[in-house]
Design a protein around this ligand. Structure first.
Ligand SMILES: NC(=O)C1=CN([C@@H]2O[C@H](COP(=O)(O)OP(=O)(O)OC[C@H]3O[C@@H](n4cnc5c(N)ncnc54)[C@H](O)[C@@H]3O)[C@@H](O)[C@H]2O)C=CC1
Ligand SMILES: O=C(O)/C=C/C=C(\O)C(=O)O
Length: 485
């Protein structure tokens, strides 16, 4: 049986308390291994190691040397691709076909893409002074310090490295608290760090839960300088409260209840294909996923019929099944949550167009966290199923009559992460995208990611932007140096 230890100061260490928790595979609920749960002592050791590393050889490296190290990390992840793939698929149950195209390549790319972050030009202004000699203002960046990275289970390696990459590129050190559901790839990354010569203390991992556990101990640790988080909005609020002590900076990518807007002038097959992906890929466990679909009335029946045809074709199966494109949810606990929304949808008056239950996967897999991909129609706009993030393979499809109505419906939410607009009319696409209250508006696409672009949410979907140079605002401290001439 596997044992997942903390990675602190370049070494794998157990918890002094001897506390362990189980890590189970959602495919069949089999036991993968036991995970050490960090107490305050391990978190403190990790944070202090990270603090000390800032002053060691890491802190003295040039930007070029750090970039070279990040390239090496990316290359090493790619060399150990299959180990990362196995670990991610075992923890999450997701199809290998998906993880090998998205999770692991992006996990590596996140180090390469952000390697040069700090070399982005800083601002400079010459100013006049009364004596006529003038002064020069030069922006100067320094690392922020120890960054706490609290990451979720849906795209474990991808979302963790999306934070670790730029944090290291900017010269910080990190303490990662991966989700308790998915400890494997963060643990494996420790080996890669050592193989690439990353100095001890630069990258640390502590395992455990949120409240009264590693997550809370880490985010309230006074030597943590900033916290980056991806997960549920309510967890984000708890972390902000912890960060308010000592006025630490936070970057938050939180929940979504993202709309898809399908206009009659769309390319129907593109819209169906894109909406299928946005609602059902990764079993609907993507914060950017579409859970509300608004379709212009004249094509509503046709669109719905095509979606049902495509859902019926989804092939549920084990990660290694080459035909399977749909895995289980991450855990039985999360399955219970999603299933409770399936039940609620019926109570709220939905028509279940397809799915709505737990599939019979056969004796070997029935213990797993399987759930049917589901489409509903007929719910009122104030139904909880239409308003709350479910984070499962489901969507509600509703007709609209005018562009203004579609925009109003789409924006009628506390969230504001992403949207997908389907139309072949470019003027409409731009007009609608500009009015969407979101951080990410996709037109005739979804989850198409250029890592140089800004990433983050509006309203209760997040705080701040990461990605490209936008991450510099968070991962680096900018100081203005004013030189009197
Ligand atoms: N990418 C996203 O936007 C994600 C959204 N979710 C949403 O959140 C719901 C709940 O899933 P969870 O895994 O429970 O998400 P969560 O937001 O509770 O967990 C995310 C991370 O935060 C940590 N955490 C939890 N409470 C904490 C606290 N008080 N202080 C510090 N760290 C804390 C967790 O251990 C985990 O590492 C899902 O059903 C889904 O709706 C979940 C995962 C990812
Ligand atoms: O492409 C990214 O950087 C992130 C994608 C997905 C999420 O953020 C998420 O599901 O949380």
């Amino acid at each position: 049986m596997k044992e997942f230890k903390h990675f602190i100061n370049g070494e794998y260490v157990s918890s002094a308390s001897g506390k362990l928790f189980e890590n189970r595979c959602p495919v069949d609920n089999s036991l993968i291994g036991k995970v050490h749960e960090a107490g305050e002592a391990e978190v403190d050791t990790a944070v202090r190691a990270a603090k000390a590393a800032l002053k060691g050889s890491w802190g003295k490296m040039t930007q070029k040397q750090r970039s070279e190290m990040l390239y090496k990390i990316a290359d090493r992840i790619n060399e150990r691709f299959d180990e990362f793939l196995d670990a991610e698929c075992l923890d999450t149950g997701k199809p290998r076909s998906m993880a090998s195209h998205i999770d692991i390549p992006r996990g590596a790319a996140n180090f390469k893409e952000f390697a040069e972050s700090m070399s982005h030009p800083t601002e400079g202004f010459r100013m006049d002074t009364p004596d006529g000699a003038g002064a020069l203002n030069v922006g100067h960046r320094t690392p922020k310090g120890v960054i706490a990275v609290v990451s979720p289970w849906n795209l474990p390696l991808l979302l963790m490295t999306f934070k670790v990459g730029p944090a290291l590129a900017c010269g910080n050190t990190v303490v990662v608290k991966p989700s308790e559901e998915t400890p494997a790839t963060a643990t494996l990354l420790g080996e890669v760090m050592n193989e690439c010569g990353v100095p001890p203390g630069v990258f640390n991992v502590v395992h455990g839960f949120g409240p009264d556990s590693a997550g809370a101990f880490l985010t309230s640790h006074p030597l943590v300088d900033a916290i980056t988080f991806t997960g549920e909005t309510r967890t984000g609020e708890a972390i902000m409260r912890a960060a308010s002590v000592g006025l630490r900076n936070v970057s938050m990518e939180c929940g979504g209840k993202n709309p898809g807007l399908v206009f009659a002038d769309c390319d129907l097959e593109k819209a169906v294909g894109g909406t299928m992906r946005s609602a059902f890929v990764n079993c609907g466990q993507v914060c950017l996923g579409t859970e509300r679909v608004y379709v212009e009335r004249s094509i509503f029946d046709q669109f719905l019929a095509r979606m049902k045809e495509e859902v019926a074709k989804l092939k549920l199966g084990r990660p290694e099944d080459p035909e399977a494109n749909f895995g289980p949810l991450v855990s039985l606990e999360h399955r219970d949550k999603v299933k409770s929304y399936y039940d609620l949808a019926r109570e709220e008056g939905a028509t279940v167009e397809i799915g709505g239950g737990i599939p019979d996967m056969g004796a070997e897999l029935n213990g797993g966290a399987w759930i049917e991909p589901t489409i509903w129609t007929g719910l009122p706009d104030d139904a909880r199923v239409v308003r709350e993030e479910i984070f499962g393979p489901c969507c509600h499809i509703r007709p609209f009559d005018t562009e203004d109505e579609a925009i109003a419906l789409a924006n009628d939410t506390n969230y504001g992460l992403a949207c997908a607009i389907w139309t072949e009319n470019s003027a409409r696409a731009i007009r609608v995208a500009q009015q969407m209250e979101v951080g990410l508006a996709w037109v005739n696409s979804w989850f198409l990611r250029d890592l140089r672009t800004s990433f983050g949410g509006a309203k209760q979907s997040g705080l701040g932007r990461e990605g490209g140079v936008h991450g510099l605002e968070f991962y680096a401290e900018t100081k203005n140096i004013c030189i009197k001439l």
